[in-house]
Structure formats: C-alpha cells, structure tokens
Ligand binder design. Sequence first.
Ligand code: WNU
Length: 152
Amino acid sequence: MRSTQARHEEYFSFLRSVSLLKDLPEEKLAKIVDCLEIDYFNKGEYIIREGEEGNTFFIIAKGEVLVTQSTEGYSEPQEIKILGVGDYFGEKALISEDVRSANIVAMENDTQCLVVDRDNFNQMVGTYEELQAYLQEYVEQLSISDERRNAV
Ligand code: WNU
C-alpha cells in the first residue's frame, strides 16, 4: 500500500505540471491536493452531461476525453475537441453560474480525473486574480465559439 505521503507528493508534482496551476503558491497547491477526489471512468461513460447542474472542476490525470455539444441542424451532439492528461474542464458552469454547456465522455477505460469541488475551486481561483482573469476570458471565448457553431 502506497503511503498517503507518497500519494500527496505524486499529485502535488502532477498539479505543478498543469500549466493553469504552475504559478500557484505551494501551500495553495498542497491544500488542493488534500481536498482532491479521484474519479474513474470507463470508455463511453459520461463525465459531464450538457444541461445538468454542475459543482465540480476536473483535471485529467490519465486517459482522454471527448467534448461534444448539441448543435442546431444535427440529431447527434457534434464533436468539438479531445482533451488529454493535464487538460481540465468543467470550469464554465462554475464561473458562469450556469448548467453544463457540453458533454464530456471518457474515450478510454480507466480514465482518471482529479475532481475539485466548487468551494475549493473558488478558493483556488478566487484568491488569485491572474488565474481568475485567465479563466474568465477563456469562458467568454467558449461562449462565442458555441454561438458560432450554433450550439443549442
Ligand atoms: C466549448 N464550448 C463549451 C471545452 C476546457 C477548459 C477550458 C475549453 Cl478553460 P462546463 C462542459 C465543459 C465546459 C468546458 C468544456 O466542456 N469545453 C467547452 C468547449 O467549445 N464548453 N461550452 N470546449 S474543453 C475546455 C476551455 O470546460 O465547462 O462546466 O461543462 O460547461
């Protein structure tokens, strides 16, 4: 059995490698590690469904996920992009205080996501202006690209 300490160090150095979090102070990053949950998904499983309420932010630790979205004129949700290890998702519902705006589907068995709840997300982002501004801007860009492709 791997020690709690080893696990802590593993996730700490992983989070440090996530570009979004690279400038966070050590104690903040350590606190996020303490509050993390790890969720496991099999191929084809929905991690997020559009239209649902969401209170969590995800960072991919293993595997790949597909982002899809319902689009005017198509009966099936359309593929938008693929995210991999170190990428993150789920920030939009938290920042825009809205329902989930796209589907996220696991593309591989044993896809692993680190899950941060709303309170810890707000602590992580809220006290760090640059991070907040960066995500805010990103989320606005997402809304614009949603409109361009006629997301419903
Ligand atoms: C897109 N439109 C929408 C992605 C991940 C992180 C960042 C892009 Cl900073 P949510 C569904 C999630 C959403 C986003 C993610 O899907 N997403 C997109 C789009 O073109 N959402 N509406 N591309 S990948 C991505 C930027 O994280 O957050 O909580 O749930 O609405």
